[in-house]
Structures are given as C-alpha cells and as structure tokens.
Design a protein around this ligand. Sequence first.
Ligand SMILES: Cc1cc2nc3c(=O)[nH]c(=O)nc-3n(C[C@H](O)[C@H](O)[C@H](O)COP(=O)(O)OP(=O)(O)OC[C@H]3O[C@@H](n4cnc5c(N)ncnc54)[C@H](O)[C@@H]3O)c2cc1C
Length: 452
Amino acid sequence: MSSPMTPRGSLKTLCGWGRYPVQTCHVYCPRSESEILQLLKRDLPLIARGNGRAYGDSALNGEATLQMRHFNRLLGFNPHTGQLIAEAGVLLAEILEIFVPRGWFPLITPGTKFVTVGGMIAADVHGKNHHKEGSFVQSLDWLDLLTSEGQIYRCSPSENQDLFYWTVGGMGLTGVILRAAFRLRPIETAWIRQTTRIAKHLDEVIDLFEAAQDVTYSVAWIDCLATGSQLGRSVLILGEHATREELPAKYRQRPLRTPQRRKLSIPVDFPNGALNPLTVRAFNQLYFLNQQRQASQSFVDWDRFFYPLDSLLGWNRIYGRRGFVQFQCVLPLSTAREGLSALLHCTSAAGAGSFLAVLKKLGDQQGYFSFPMAGYTLALDFPMSQRTLKVLDQLEEITLHYGGRFYLAKDSHLTPMRLRQSDARVETFVKVRDAQQWTVNFASEQSKRLHL
Ligand SMILES: Cc1cc2nc3c(=O)[nH]c(=O)nc-3n(C[C@H](O)[C@H](O)[C@H](O)COP(=O)(O)OP(=O)(O)OC[C@H]3O[C@@H](n4cnc5c(N)ncnc54)[C@H](O)[C@@H]3O)c2cc1C
C-alpha cells in the first residue's frame, strides 16, 4: 500500500477508527524532536497522529501526517504523588499493563485503552467519571509542546497557561505534544464493584443518573430501537474501585491480579448492510435479556468494566468496508431530557438503530476548547450510507436547537457553519490560531473541512 516519498516519509491510505473518510497521506514516523523540526521548517501544515482511535478525520492530513508512536518511552514515576511522565506515543494499554499490578490506575480514561497519551490530551478525553472528576486535563500536571517557531514550551496550569488550555482539547492544532506528566490514582484492587439498574425509559434513566451523582463511574447503554413508552430503555452501569476488604475471598489473595481474557478479533470486513435494523434489534434484545439475568451487584475486573469493546479486536470491521460514523453531542442540563428524547425519536423513526448508544453525565469543563459541558452526552454509531448522512443532518439540527455541542474526536460530518452555531469558542480558537501562526504549520483534514 505504500511507496517511498522522502527518506522518512511514505504514501499511505489512512483513516480513523470509523474507516470513513479514507485519505491518502504522506506519513512520517519521526524518531526525534529534530526530525519533527525538519518537517516544520518546510512550512507545510502537518498533523500529529497517535493511534488513530479518533473516529473521523482529525488525525489525517494528506500533506503530512506525523505518526508519533516512536515517542514511546516512560520517563519517570513518583510513587508518592502517582505522577507519571510519558512520551506522547505511549499507549494507555502499555501504562495499564505496567501499573495496574502495582496498584495504580489512570484518573481519567476513555472507553478504549488503545489510545496514546498525545491523543488523550489533544481530545481532552472524558470517562465515566466526568461528572465527578472531570476530563483528562484534571489529571495533567504539564505537557511539552513543539510549536510553529520550532520551540518547545513546557505548559501547565501555571506556566504558558493559555497554550496549555488551548492544547488540551485542541485536536493537534496548536503544535506537537512531545511528552507529559499526569497523575495516576492508587487502587487497592484491580476490581470494580459494579451495580446495574434497568431503566424502562429515558426519564427513568436520567432520574437514576441524578440519584447516582456521588457514584464515581456511571454510564448507560440505550436500546435505540425502543419506541413509544419505552423510548430510552437503558441499562445503567455504576461502579466504584473495590477495596480489598470488599472482595470475595477468592480474589482477596492477589487483589491486583485479574484473569487473562482471550482476545477475539474480527478477521475480515463484514458485508455492507450486515448491521441493519433487524440485526441491531436482535443484538439489543439479547443484551437487555442478559443484563436482566445478571446479578445487580457484582465484581468486574478493570478491563471488562472500562474497556468492554477492546476485547473484540478490530470490531470496526463489523460495519463493512464503507465504514461507520459516530455521532456524539452533549446537551446542557436544562434541555437534556427534551433534547435527548428528540434525538432518540429521530434515530428510531429513521429505523437507523444504532448498535452502540451510550449515555453519560458530564460535569463542568476547564479546557478552552474541550468538548464537555455540564449536561448529558449521547454517542450513536451508524453504518455509513446515504441514509445515515441524512440522519446525521437531522441529529445535528436537533442538537443545535437544544443548545448542545459536538465532539470533534468523533466527527466526520459537521459543516463549518453548524460547528460555529454550536460553539461560540470556535471564532476565538481560529483567531488565536491565526495570530500564533499555527494555521501555517498545523492542520488536519478535519480542520480544513471545518475552517479551523
Ligand atoms: C472504542 C472507542 C471508545 C472511545 N471512548 C471514548 C470515551 O469514552 N471518551 C472520550 O473522550 N473519547 C473516547 N474515544 C475517542 C478517543 O479517546 C480519542 O479520539 C483519542 O483522541 C484517540 O487517541 P489516539 O491516540 O488514537 O489519537 P488519534 O486518533 O491518532 O488522534 C486524535 C487527535 O489527537 C491529536 N494528537 C494525537 N497525538 C498527538 C500529539 N502527539 N500531539 C498533538 N496532537 C496529537 C490528533 O492530531 C487528533 O486531532 C473512544 C474511541 C474509541 C475507538
């Protein structure tokens, strides 16, 4: 698939996790800061890429995509504070493998462990604990950023503060993150005390979320094909890190060890259309029956609790060669019930049942351009098709109507106008990018599409 272009660059066909859109890119795999500097001197815009887990086109640039996976060293750990210093290309999976058995866990984690440190910062990822503990920035002590002038800046909440807060959530458009220091939390066990609740409809699941404000982790899986009085039928999953004392005797001996699970992988692309309302309905029915059968309280290992999808490697191939899109928005608390109901109505009316529909409660936000706001976030996956594009248009309009905004790490469809209508911060971000010359050096296919 690749042909040589420059000594260290090659032409490759790349995409995000959704496999839409696909782009031919000049890909560079720098091994040192000076190699990145050489590329910056050409004054051709480039974008850093982590592990390609953003769904759309945010980690693609036809002119120059910088694959950062060679920046893969752990540089230091302070067992008194839990501070880890890591290069930007280190995978979260690598961190977990080393630190969970030693009694440490990330403060903030997204729903997959196959992301890099740079990717988590650039998207300022949130987890199931955002309502209580915020997004990745809350665990971040500092980062080193290589900017347009070829300088490396140490940025933190107290040093180069503006650069810090534009970079978290800045989607790689402020510079190249080289390394960062962030905090892990001590854990007594590698287990989560999980409680599940079945909600018959949307109002009930929101009531359950509100009643669970003090629980550290919460997430709901919604059956998007449920209609009428069952609209929003969901399974709410709540979790806390289990203490050693709470564990059943069989786990107490070695509380930081969990059973190794065999990873399954999807070896081929499923045929286009394999996921249709019938198959999605069957999946959702099975999922709900299974949840109802399970005990409402159980102990689940960290991998199964935080990363259920990671056990099926390459699951994005289920959607076929045309790929899929994820729609993710957040609606403010004041309009969330009405707005979510409208979004779910639209999805079920279109018969475009989403295989994965995830609802989380979010709290306030710190980053200048980070996605979250206090409210509810809904994420829906759709196989790529002409019909999906129409549904996305409708979902975006509904989101705007209810004062919501969109998660750029998932987006491959927004227009410049809709982005601006959803988020007053966009114009300031663009002005700062122009003023700082970041537009000359840093761009992605997404930033070109959205005029960022
Ligand atoms: C199954 C699944 C579940 C997910 N769950 C969640 C979730 O719960 N919460 C959440 O917030 N997100 C979630 N995501 C999205 C994912 O966490 C983000 O898209 C994350 O940014 C991906 O990291 P990556 O290393 O793969 O980065 P990439 O996808 O390669 O890049 C993402 C962005 O980061 C930038 N970037 C990467 N490295 C650098 C660097 N060194 N310097 C500057 N910029 C850089 C890129 O330019 C791009 O804009 C999920 C994704 C998947 C596939």
